[in-house]
Design a protein around this ligand. Structure first.
Ligand code: ZN
Length: 270
């Protein structure tokens, strides 16, 4: 296992393209997605199943991680307390166990919230990189409206999460901000940028075969593999978003969106 292994954190709002990005990155032969580490405690205590359908104790991938943890005198069930107390040694052993059992040096973590960045292990064993993906507030409002979620709450969430991510990443040594529309317009070039940041070359087949490699993640969006509709710029909201959600998106989401775009422009040469 090359040292340091790289942890690539995916940040953004739920329903903002994070799952798509995770699935594409996971299809790289050197990468493995662990999902959001916040969900693993629920898995270890039987409250959630792995995305492969198996429960804790039956999923061969997580049994492999558990076996590596045991060599380090740990258990997966300790991760919840380690996250609560900021126990860096246990969390570091967890990531080392994932890298050792998967034989993959690129670990994709997708808790989405910037507060988790402070918990991730760093040098000398790990290198931390982060990708922030964001949608236009109109597209985010449309997603909430269609699913019956409160658009007001969604826009407040959009504003808060954008602010927290921009603040947290302002002095991060290896971070990219990418608009979802930009990513979908040219996934090849943005995938190349993301992997270059993490120190890897894209796999030539990655944008064709993503979704075929089974993921073993806990929680998250059970997105079906449907490339024709998945890597596509959001456009429907421009015609279909009703007036009140449209106004909420503009009033609450406009300023954070402009700041997100400015951050994306500032890192455009990376
Ligand atoms: Zn599994």
């Amino acid at each position: 296992m090359p040292t340091p292994a790289t942890i690539l954190s995916i940040l953004g709002l739920e329903h903002s393209g994070t799952t798509l990005l995770v699935r594409i990155l996971h299809s790289h032969p050197d990468a493995v997605s662990i999902g959001g580490m916040k969900n693993l405690a629920d898995f270890a205590t039987g409250r959630r199943a792995c995305s492969c359908g198996a429960s804790y104790g039956d999923c061969p991938v997580w049994l492999g991680v558990e076996s590596e943890l045991q060599k380090r005198g740990r258990q997966l069930s300790q991760l919840s307390d380690a996250i609560k107390t900021g126990d860096a040694a246990t969390i570091g052993d967890f990531f080392a166990s994932v890298a050792a059992s998967s034989h993959r040096p690129l670990l994709i973590e997708s808790s989405r919230q910037p507060s988790y960045l402070d918990l991730l292990p760093g040098a000398p064993d790990f290198r931390a990189t982060a990708i922030h993906i964001f949608k236009h507030p109109g597209a985010q409002a449309w997603s909430a409206h269609r699913a019956g979620r409160s658009v007001l709450r969604e826009m407040r969430h959009y504003r808060r999460r954008s602010h927290a991510i921009l603040r947290r990443l302002s002095d991060h040594p290896a971070a990219l901000h990418i608009g979802h529309d930009d990513f979908c317009a040219d996934p090849d070039i943005h995938l190349r940028r993301i992997l270059a940041l993490a120190g890897f070359q894209p796999d030539p087949q990655q944008l064709e075969t993503w979704g075929e490699k089974e993921m073993h993640i806990i929680g998250g969006n059970r997105m079906k593999r449907d490339r024709s509709s998945a890597i596509k710029t959001d456009a429907a909201w421009r015609q279909s978003l009703p007036l009140v959600p449209r106004l909420l998106a503009r009033l609450l989401g406009g300023a954070p969106y402009r700041r997100n775009l400015a951050a994306a422009r500032a890192c455009a040469d990376l």
